[in-house]
Design a protein around this ligand. Structure first.
Ligand SMILES: [Zn+2]
Length: 253
């Protein structure tokens, strides 16, 4: 595990890239990011900070075990959630972890996942806020989308942010792992936004920017007779090709 300060610098770089205006992924205080710190803790964005110019003071280190305990509760009041987030904070220095900290706790516990970036990209939300969102994001359109975003995205019907959303994402991720034998690279949440995750900042940034590109392509294809996703056999071929695996590994470095 790299030093804490080095890990935080990686997270700051990834967060600013996701927050850059040209990326069209978020504005103002939207979105949140996280990274493994050590076996007992991780860094997550503090509530009310902006990703575009975030620095070390914009993150809080939180305890994994405290969050695991909270996640195991059947239900918690808003007040209990607030108190739990404060209890989970390590040296918080007056800032509070994001309400989506539960989501990050759950995803960073998955095998191979060390960085998580949650954003609300405009073209992706155009699809996720449409009348047929599941159909709009279904399947994969071209080989690079398979390489960067995985064989499909996990799908989450609209859910109240915070603990309920974390539990819904947990169930969808379990279902995805059952089918594909690995965690999803991209999670799409109805009327909300996307989550990208991986073993490196490069993977999170590649999954996010390729998902944004694919959303533009989907919107364009919809205006030209409809989306034609890769067939199951075309997808399978890309997903299992050794040269495409090699490209995936390069992103992991
Ligand atoms: Zn969000």
């Amino acid at each position: 595990m790299p030093q804490l300060s080095q890990r935080l610098q990686q997270l700051i770089g990834m967060s600013r890239a996701l927050g850059a205006p040209g990326a069209d992924c978020i504005i103002l205080g939207e979105g949140n990011t996280s990274a493994d710190a050590d076996a007992e803790s991780f860094f997550v964005k503090a509530s009310g900070t902006s990703l575009v110019d975030i620095d070390a003071g914009g993150f809080v280190r939180v305890s994994r075990s405290t969050l695991r305990e909270l996640l195991s509760e059947k239900s918690l009041t808003d007040e209990q959630v607030g108190q739990g987030l404060i209890a989970a904070s390590i040296d918080a220095d007056g800032v509070r972890p994001s309400v989506e900290t539960f989501l990050h706790a759950l995803l960073l516990d998955l095998p191979g996942i060390e960085f998580v970036g949650h954003t609300h990209p405009t073209p992706i939300n155009a699809l996720l806020c449409s009348q047929r969102p599941e159909e709009a994001i279904r399947g994969r359109l071209f080989p690079d989308e398979v390489v960067c975003c995985g064989p499909e995205s996990a799908w989450i019907p609209y859910t109240d942010p915070g603990l309920p959303l974390a539990k819904a994402v947990g169930a969808a991720v379990d279902d995805f792992i059952e089918r594909w034998n690995e965690p999803p690279k991209v999670i799409m949440m109805q009327n909300h936004g996307m989550i990208a995750m991986g073993g490196s900042t490069a993977q999170v940034l590649a999954a996010t920017s390729m998902a944004v590109k694919a959303a533009h392509v989907r919107l364009g294809a919809a205006a030209y007779g409809g989306i034609r996703p890769l067939t199951d056999s075309e997808l399978e071929r890309i997903y299992t090709r050794p040269d495409e695996h090699y490209r995936q590994q390069l992103l992991n470095r």
